[in-house]
Design a protein around this ligand. Structure first.
Ligand code: ACO
Length: 351
């Protein structure tokens, strides 16, 4: 018996923000962003639309796709790095809005690897008979952590930014152009022999500083104050070059480890659903695995890096396009903050 994905769904906020629009806020260009990252545009949530809102919409879509009702779900897993509140996590909000009753819910914090960790947790719950139907959602609203959080909207409405705002935006331009908002969801159930065949997960806390938000935690007292906010320590700090090097090494290693666990090899793989961090990372992973361009699809040109959302959003798109059909062998793989990384081998059931 294996765990099968029986439905998927996506929620993307309607506002499209192009690289040219970002170039009005900081010293960057469409050419720089496209050539270094592959991102062409991203979706951003309007104020008042939170991670739980997008997660709820994606969760509903996945249930409809599966032909199931909220009462059928007996565990919820919400992966995000941008929860609605510092505490508690967003899972209870999603559970309440979706009408899931009082079933167990988990908020998990493996950032870009959240969905792969979520698949593993769902597989374990189903495999141990603690749940029959698990909803796994990866969702993010990064708009609010951007230094230019409101400026793109003000600019869209004809407003201008000050030289000080532009200078601050420039300080964060290497990470802030990467991210977009969105949510993806998958419904998992006990199936036949196909489904999740193997998962390998890894953590190495010695890489904690690769990308992190330094303030707003118990490591500082008070956990947030005027000085930490003035220093922008409530925003991500990223060592881009080091992150790139680790990601292109660790993701292929995880793919090989998971394939070995499944008793398969790279030649058996049809599609790799890789974390949409940036195109150079995805392409580096593809080359190391020796796969063709069409075997490692990307949608980050349209959506940017939606952190925990990238894998389920891309998988949903591939299912709808018919790129995943009965018998297709898919490998999910991600690397992200923590550092957490891992891969899951999945075969779409034929029966
Ligand atoms: N626009 C224009 N210029 C920029 C921008 C920008 N948005 N960002 C940085 N620059 C400038 C820098 O200021 C620097 O200028 P200088 O040479 O005058 O000092 C120059 O470009 C090169 O800067 P680097 O940071 O060395 O740029 P690099 O070539 O390493 O590219 C990048 C940066 C794209 C972030 C790269 O390091 C990378 O891809 N890293 C991986 C990080 C990543 O994808 N993170 C995703 C989030 S984490 C995750 O999902 C796993």
């Amino acid at each position: 018996m294996a765990t099968v994905i029986v439905g998927t769904g996506t929620a993307l906020p309607p506002a499209v923000v192009t690289n040219d629009q970002l170039a009005e806020l900081m010293d960057t260009s469409d050419e720089w962003i496209r050539s270094r990252t592959g991102v062409g545009e991203r979706r951003l949530a309007e104020p008042g639309v939170s991670t739980a809102d997008l997660a709820t919409e994606a969760g509903h879509a996945a249930l409809v796709d599966a032909g199931l009702d909220p009462e059928d779900v007996d565990a919820l897993i919400v992966a995000t790095m941008t929860p609605d509140f510092y505490a508690p996590g967003s899972a209870p909000l999603v559970q309440d809005r979706m009408g899931l009753g009082t079933v167990r819910s988990y908020g998990i914090r493996q950032q870009c690897s959240g969905f792969v960790y979520g698949l593993d947790l769902a597989d374990s719950l189903i495999g141990s008979d603690k749940a029959d139907t698990v909803l796994v959602i990866g969702a993010e609203v990064h708009a609010g952590i951007q230094p230019w959080a409101n400026q793109w909207r003000e600019r869209r409405n004809g407003g201008s930014i000050t030289p000080e705002e532009r200078e601050r935006n420039n300080k964060h331009r290497h990470w802030s152009v990467l991210f977009g908002d969105g949510a993806g969801a998958a419904v998992l159930r006990r199936g036949t022999d196909d489904g999740i065949l193997a998962v390998e997960l890894f953590t190495d806390g010695s890489y904690f500083g690769l990308i992190q938000v330094p303030a707003m935690g118990s490591s500082t007292q008070p956990f947030v104050d005027v000085a930490t906010i003035a220093a922008d320590e409530h925003m991500p700090q990223m060592n881009g070059p080091m992150l790139y090097r680790q990601a292109v090494r660790k993701m292929p290693e995880a793919v090989h480890a998971a394939l070995k666990g499944a008793g398969l090899g790279v030649d058996d793989v049809d599609v790799v659903v890789a974390h949409q961090a940036n195109a150079r990372i995805v392409d580096g992973v593809r080359k190391r695995l020796g796969l063709d361009v069409d075997q490692v699809p990307m949608n980050l040109d349209r959506f940017g890096n939606t952190t925990a959302g990238t894998l389920p959003i891309l998988f949903d798109e591939l299912r709808r396009d018919g790129r995943v059909s009965p018998g297709t062998v898919v490998v999910f793989v991600a690397f992200g903050a923590g550092a957490h990384w891992g891969a899951a081998v999945y075969r779409e059931p034929t029966g």
